[in-house]
Design a binder for this molecule. Sequence first.
Ligand code: PMP
Length: 449
Amino acid sequence: MTRTYLIKPVLDHKYSFITHGEGIYLYDEQGKQYIDGSSGAVTASIGHGVQEITDAMKEQSEKVSFVYRSQFSTEVAEQLAKKISQISPGDLNWSFFVNSGSEATEMAMKIAIQYWQEKGMNTKNKIISRWMSYHGMTMGALSMSGHIQRRERFELMLENYPSVSAPYYYRDVNYRTIEECDDYYAQELEKEILRVGKDHIAAFIAEPMVGAAGGALTPSNGYFQKIKSVCDEYNILFIADEVMTGLGRTGKMFGMEHFDVTPDIMAIGKGMSAGYTPMAATVVSEKVMEPIRSGSKVVMGGHTFSANPQSAATSLAVLNYIEKHHLVENSARQGAYLKEKINELAEESEIIGDVRGKGLFVGVEFVEDKLTKKSFESRLNVANKIVEANFEQGLLVYPANAGADGLTGDAVILSPPLTITMEEVDELVKRFGVALEKIEQELLGTLSK
Ligand code: PMP
């Protein structure tokens, strides 16, 4: 390979060059076809090369591509905010536009803190999050994240925010029923609030289903209701990080809708523009905006590219496309089918310990021993081996951590574009099955040595 001048977050030799994409497929310069079984990083939700989107992008760029958010608003940014208010549950009516999921969760944190300041409670400025969580790479977002590998280099610079367990029934039911687990998680939250002091905590943040730090860990129907009532009791705002789970990914428009809990603030990104341009948002309820709007200070945040009209037009076209083509319903339908097929593979497999998730957000956890649920040793790097074996078969899957300690444990997420058909799911499962068999033999061979 000729030398490269681009800093990449993984080793260079892993890259091949993608020349184009169409629907659920990507093609590299050797003409190899990949099923985008992870939608990149759970992002390309409507698939690649969709003309309705590229038309909308072109149309907007011919009008205006950039205005500075502090000087002007645009019709298209207003329309996008209106659209988000229409599709969001409860009184989540206000949007603050940013460019990445990290900025969206960090902005959620800042708005939560401002809310309490406007109410005269300046000491409420910590955020409680969960051990198995990932909310972004910027320092505020990373401070709220439990993801050990992503934190470790910056640990000394991060805020030491309080943290509690995320529901991980696959392992936790070894000791308790699911209902007892939920009571335990809620009590743990309550104890942590009492330890830190409710007057020091602005908000609790959680992913409806844990992505990168858990592999689509899915709570019971009752979990979030118990958690939310603890938050309400102690005057703590509830932030849902829907960056991965939002916009149809889990078979509902937003992940939290599965659990009948409406957050006070919600972060969205990824599928919001389906990857066509960077775009994310912090969506804020009337309840939270009311004291801020009647106060004397503006919301302190925003970046040069916030509410960029080009990205706003793209995102609006994506949200309209999701509605027009009933992609939320397709996600529920094809997701159920995908999960059923992966469960069939799991029955035969010696290393698939758990299959979980909702809609087209399916997590698969791999273990050395299905009976004891013992994880593979981390030095074996099993999640990455699974990713590579699938890559060879022309299938992209997303690696995740899934250990009880947040360090060991291997999972992958299957999250193809929401446009996927049943035949395409069959093809995806076929490739996954071939990779699985290969890796299984390799791993079991290594272990018996
Ligand atoms: N929150 C969640 C739940 C995520 O999965 C991610 C990205 N993986 C982020 C926040 C950060 O988003 P971004 O990479 O766009 O900054």
